[in-house]
Design a protein around this ligand. Sequence first.
Ligand code: HEM
Length: 106
Amino acid sequence: MERSDVQIDQKLTSSEIISQEPVLQLWTFQEVAKHSSPSSLWIVINNHVYDVTEFIYEHPGGMEVILEFAGMDATGAFEGKGHSDDAKQLLQKYHIGKLHESDHRG
Ligand code: HEM
């Protein structure tokens, strides 16, 4: 392989990586608080924001406990219950971004 071919390969690879980098959406608590009903339900866990609207009907622990934290920080409740690694993994499916630095807790 010639030297110029190698350089082309490297260029392609790095631009692919850049284009696939996810842009992390930032939200304020004010925005999260607007999503506090079953028709649009967001919660915050460890400064990350999750849209769990679809999930509330599937939650093995019931809908009520999640509704209680609609539009709010549910970190203590989520971790206090001792959710499994599977549950933590499942959260990623509903991840929609992070809280603004100025709204971080803990
Ligand atoms: C919104 C994100 C949440 C996800 C993805 C989630 C996921 C799960 C999953 C997969 C289970 C089955 C057991 C396990 O794998 O640990 C579970 C059980 C449970 N969850 Fe959650 N959960 C969430 C939020 C909450 C919150 C905020 C509470 C409030 C206390 C809660 C309370 C419970 C309880 C009490 C159970 C036990 C149900 C039982 O075993 O009878 N969960 N959750």
